[in-house]
Design a protein around this ligand. Structure first.
Ligand code: FMN
Length: 174
């Protein structure tokens, strides 16, 4: 896959539309909608069969994806705020709802589905400094340290705050 150089230019999303995709259990894209292709700048043909990290932005901390995978592999739905990278190098922020797809008969996890909507600038402004700090820790130290920083950050906001309810709270509030 060609490496995309990020540029500091935001793609403004239509907040009446969802960016949708479906993956197998490893995160390889098996389906997506037209809006995903339009915003990411890839054709559906280019997207299908690729790992979802095709739109991974370097400003996203590894710990956020680690937590995401821990949740979904254990069968839990989750909301996450993600900054994505388009083919042009521009970025777009999305609220992403992850859902589990199960085999009707065996109930085994067959894959995952994600629905994304626009994030207000206000939310991106809250999360960007946290994500930047986590990325910096991961560069200087490791993911264990960024996980510790994230847990301390959440604990400082009161009891029982997890990354899931932080995201959900932000989602419900704005
Ligand atoms: C259904 C589904 C949707 C995903 N959507 C995104 C996405 O929009 N952006 C993203 O960076 N990662 C997304 N991921 C996570 C990627 O699979 C991957 O973990 C992440 O990009 C980090 O890539 P890396 O582990 O290669 O660094 C999604 C995963 C699943 C299962």
């Amino acid at each position: 896959m060609k490496k995309i150089e990020p540029i500091n230019e935001e793609i403004i999303l239509d907040n009446t539309k969802y960016i949708e995709s479906q993956t197998d259990t490893k995160g390889v894209i098996v389906e997506c909608n037209d809006y995903f292709a339009e915003i990411s700048g890839y054709s559906k043909k280019e997207l299908i069969g690729q790992p979802h990290s095709i739109v991974r932005h370097p400003d996203m901390p590894r710990i956020i994806f680690k937590l995401l995978w821990e949740r979904i592999e254990n069968g839990h739905n989750i909301i996450t705020v993600i900054k994505n990278l388009a083919k042009s190098g521009r970025y777009y922020w999305v609220f992403t709802h992850f859902e589990i797809i199960r085999d009707i008969n065996t109930k085994e996890i067959k894959g995952y589905r994600a629905y994304r909507k626009a994030v207000s600038k206000h939310i991106a402004d809250i999360l960007l400094p946290l994500y930047k700090k986590l990325v910096a820790i991961e560069k200087e130290k490791d993911i264990k340290e960024s996980e510790k920083y994230l847990n301390d950050f959440l604990a400082s906001g009161g009891e029982d705050i997890t990354i899931d309810n932080l995201m959900e709270e932000i989602h419900n509030f704005y």
